[in-house]
Design a protein around this ligand. Structure first.
Ligand code: MSP
Length: 523
């Protein structure tokens, strides 16, 4: 396969700093894109920040600073967090970028020219948390926004409206005939129900109400609705232009997957798709709505004081790299379901899977190779691809590809851990130390070869989740740092010396192990 693969993430509001909920989405997305890069050279990941709107205007005003200054400060925090988590995006867009602003105006103009935008006077209830009008039936019994638990503001304005109702039947038809369009599929009915009652939406605000926004072209009084601005990032970032779209746009669009949280699925599967239809552009192949991360089973919120920044986790466990956190987050929940973070569970899971199951297995096997064979693989110990363990590796590879095709990321991680379990059992059953004691050196060397070759596979399979640990596994095996899936063939470790006593190092230390504690103390 060398097909293109274009992935986008939601763009985060910059009225605050990143927390582990934002990080969850970026990690899931990064794991997907790293996996795709193992299969193709043309995988592209876009992320970014959503910098306009009343929410940001208000936060900046409360701090007595200009909105752009707030955006700059918080953008750097997001950028730094993604670097720390090794999110390997190809582009990060800010909606305050000049090119983006220019093209959003073009898009607005084109929708107007198509007759899909018209002016209309309107009274509605606006929630600045959602940056959206809510219908009275969406509210709680106390009249609050169910997501932000705040009373929406009643607003009467003459605004521009987008003819969403015109696209209702086309959208319903599209969703019904494209099963993979909204994933996971349990979300489909919710969207179809919302579509039944869909009305045209306001796509501008008066400048007196919202100043911090992109101007409506040829109108001094109106600014463009922040969601129209934000959603357009997926195409402006790769060079869309209503007149002259770039080569990159032609190559990458439509997106293969747009990763978002379950709270903003309506904006993507209804508003965004209707806009694309109006622009005459193809729809993304999949909108993937992940669940939310809770902390110790509670919703993360400033008022509860339980917001955790990704940096806090890396810092408090003195992690040398983000792999353990990435692995934990990516396996936190089946796709679409909510997941939970707790320090205890984090420690337990990464110790069990990364330190014990995978790390120890490699360490023990390399030590046996040194003890019995001076760290050397003999030509006659190389096994063929028909062995049980080689077959298992092949199946695991196919299952991982399949899981990623269905965006079942946690399942893909589970397949790797089960493979390591299988290899651990194989070592216990074949007992290479007993074989050595009994002088059955040929059998013993074959067992060690099987385990090391399986570890090489695990090193490559784990790469999207744990790029650093994967690298260390391949270094320990004296193999090239090539993580492409065509290396998942049996028998790539060749004869020759691969290690000695001094070179063997654990690839992942148990959190709170003596070594790890020493590291924390700076020894
Ligand atoms: N700016 C909009 C998205 C515009 S996309 C064109 C927005 N921003 S956000 O900062 O509130 O959220 C960004 C992403 O993070 C969303 O996909 C949202 O679902 C996700 N998450 C925010 N909090 C989260 C958790 N606690 N857990 C998991 N994801 C969460 O919405």
């Amino acid at each position: 396969m060398n097909e293109k693969f274009y992935l986008t993430t939601a763009i985060d509001y910059v009225n605050g700093a990143p927390h582990i909920g934002h990080a969850y989405e970026k990690i899931l997305s990064d794991v997907i894109i790293r996996h795709k890069r193992q299969l193709t050279d043309k995988a592209f990941m876009l992320t970014g920040t959503d910098e306009h709107g009343i929410k940001i205007q208000k936060t900046a005003a409360a701090r007595g600073i200009e909105p752009k200054q707030l955006c700059d400060e918080n953008f750097s925090k997001f950028e730094k967090a993604w670097q720390e988590l090794e999110i390997s995006y190809d582009k990060i867009i800010r909606t305050t970028d000049e090119q983006h602003k220019k093209v959003v105006k073009q898009i607005f103009k084109k929708l107007l020219e198509n007759g899909d935008i018209y002016k209309h006077s309107y009274t509605g209830l606006y929630c600045s948390g959602c940056e959206s009008f809510l219908s009275p039936k969406d509210l709680t019994s106390d009249g609050l926004c169910p997501d932000h638990l705040k009373k929406p503001e009643e607003i009467t304005e003459e605004n521009y409206f987008f003819r969403l109702s015109k696209y209702k039947d086309k959208l319903i038809e599209y969703i019904k005939t494209h099963p993979g369009f909204i994933m996971p599929s349990f979300r489909v009915n919710e969207i179809l129900n919302q579509l039944e009652n869909i009305e045209d939406i306001s796509v501008s605000r008066t400048k007196t109400a919202v100043k911090w926004a992109i101007d409506v072209p040829d109108d001094d009084e109106q600014s463009i609705y922040v969601w129209i601005d934000a959603l357009s990032n997926y195409i402006t970032a790769i060079g869309y232009d209503t007149e002259n779209p770039s080569e990159q746009f032609k190559e990458l669009w439509p997106a293969d997957v747009q990763v978002i949280g379950k709270d903003i699925i309506k904006f993507h599967s209804i508003y965004w798709t209707a806009i694309l239809m109006s622009l005459g552009l193809p729809l993304p192949k999949t909108i993937l709505a992940h669940g939310w991360i809770t902390i110790d089973e509670s919703k993360m919120s400033k008022s509860l004081g339980n917001v955790i920044a990704p940096h806090d986790v890396l810092e408090s466990f003195k992690l040398e790299h983000p792999d353990a956190f990435r692995y934990y987050m990516a396996s936190a929940a089946p796709i679409g379901r909510d997941g939970n973070y707790s320090d205890e569970d984090f420690k337990e899971k990464v110790n069990a899977d990364l330190a014990n199951n995978i790390g120890n297995l490699l360490n023990r096997t390399l030590n046996m190779l040194v003890k019995y064979f001076d760290g050397e693989i003999k030509a006659e110990s190389i096994t063929d691809k028909n062995s049980k363990i080689a077959q298992y590796a092949q199946n695991a590879k196919n299952q991982i590809i399949e899981s990623f095709n269905n965006y079942e990321i946690a399942e893909a991680a589970g397949i790797i851990v089960s493979f390591a379990d299988f290899v651990n059992k194989y070592v216990t059953e074949t007992a290479p130390w007993t074989l050595a004691k009994e002088g059955k050196m040929q059998e013993c060397s074959e067992v060690l070869y099987n385990v090391l070759e399986a570890m090489r596979h695990i090193g490559i399979m784990l790469y999207p989740f744990c790029p650093n640990i994967s690298k260390d596994i391949l270094i320990q095996l004296n193999e090239d740092l090539d993580f492409k899936y065509d290396k998942l063939e049996w028998g790539i470790i060749k004869e020759g010396k691969i290690t000695d006593k001094e070179k063997i190092k654990p690839v992942f230390l148990r959190l709170d192990s003596e070594f790890a504690i020493d590291k924390k103390k700076g020894k």
